[in-house]
Design a protein around this ligand. Structure first.
Ligand code: 3HC
Length: 288
């Protein structure tokens, strides 16, 4: 199989990862269909892209007006419309194996035989999703980080049956957007980054449970000693404590009490206004 040409893209899921990926691709010049299951969700994702593009344009961080980039993004709730002309489909649905398998099966029958089907899963095995299709050799993982428009790295993951040409094409696609791809050659759950990041956030929370140090002290240690942009608690608030716990639960890994209790009080992090830190009224992490 030769390397495949990618011009048109479909992104399935307009949440923070999906709309961010659509934005990055549109900035790079690709035509993108952004699809979610409800009009409101697609609209919200599109509005977020508009906000972000305006911010980037204000700071001359993109070469065009926000409007010119937005013109390359179409939205729909119809799966077939979204994927009909796509050379690459990136699925960014919630982290649920059955749901992702259903989407892959539907996309498989609605696309040409040579469309690449990529998943942005962060914790599942690519192969477990790819086997829902008739052509697992055309499937791979493309794992972006939050927020995609600001994060340079993308993991390009081979499933057990992915063809080299497909993974090479996906790798080149990431390069073409000015991002830095890394190859993950074995389909281990959570790939490289989350295999390191999940214990990083988990160990910090175990220490808090043991009252070994405060949230602020642990975050400060990582930010000021290691130079990380966010400490483990601030990062967990940023991604969502429910997302962290869901990943742990999926692989039967225990969840620290300091995270469980916050989830029970619906303090999921930035998105609910509180997590380890309080974000209401312009507040945020404060360990400086
Ligand atoms: N688009 C455009 N502008 C944005 C933006 C976006 N998506 N997000 C933030 N900005 C803007 C802010 O509004 C702010 O604008 P202003 O100066 O006009 O107020 C400006 O960018 C600077 O924002 P901040 O001062 O808040 O932030 P920094 O520039 O210092 O960096 C960050 C923000 C890039 C998020 C940085 O804190 C960081 O790298 N944090 C770590 C993130 C990380 O590790 N992500 C990976 C998580 S793991 C993951 O995603 C895996 C998944 O599978 C779960």
């Amino acid at each position: 199989m030769m390397e495949l040409e990618i011009e048109n893209l479909a992104v399935l899921g307009a949440g923070s990862m999906g709309h961010g990926i659509a934005e990055v691709a549109a900035i790079a010049g690709y035509d993108v269909f952004l699809r979610d299951v409800e009009e409101d969700l697609v609209r919200e994702g599109y509005d977020q892209i508009e906000w972000s593009l305006n911010k980037l344009a204000e700071k001359d961080q993109i070469d065009e007006d926000a409007e010119q980039v937005l013109d390359r993004i179409s939205t729909t709730v119809d799966l077939e419309t979204a994927v009909a002309d796509a050379d690459l489909v990136i699925e960014a649905a919630p982290e649920n194996l059955e749901l992702k398998r259903q989407i892959f099966e539907a996309v498989d029958s609605a696309t040409s035989d040579e469309t690449i089907l990529a998943t942005n899963t962060s914790s599942l095995r690519v192969s477990d999703i790819a086997t829902a299709t008739e052509r697992p050799e055309y499937c791979c993982g493309l794992h972006f980080f939050n927020p995609p428009v600001k994060m340079d790295l993308v993991e390009v993951v081979s499933g057990d049956q992915s063809s080299e040409a497909v993974v090479d094409s996906a790798y080149e696609f990431v390069n073409s957007m000015g991002k830095t791809p890394i190859r993950v050659r074995k389909d281990v759950p959570q790939f490289v980054v989350n295999n390191v990041l999940t214990p990083f956030m988990g160990e910090a929370a175990w220490m808090l449970d043991e009252e070994a140090a405060t949230i602020e002290a642990i975050d400060a240690a990582m930010v000021f000693k290691r130079g990380y942009p966010m400490g483990p608690f601030e990062l967990n608030d940023f991604g969502g404590l429910d997302i962290f716990a869901h990943t742990r639960d999926q692989w039967n890994d225990p969840v620290p009490a300091s995270i469980r209790s916050r989830i029970e009080s619906d303090d999921l992090g930035r998105k609910t206004g509180a997590g380890f830190y309080d974000y209401d009224g312009g507040g945020g992490a404060s360990y400086g």
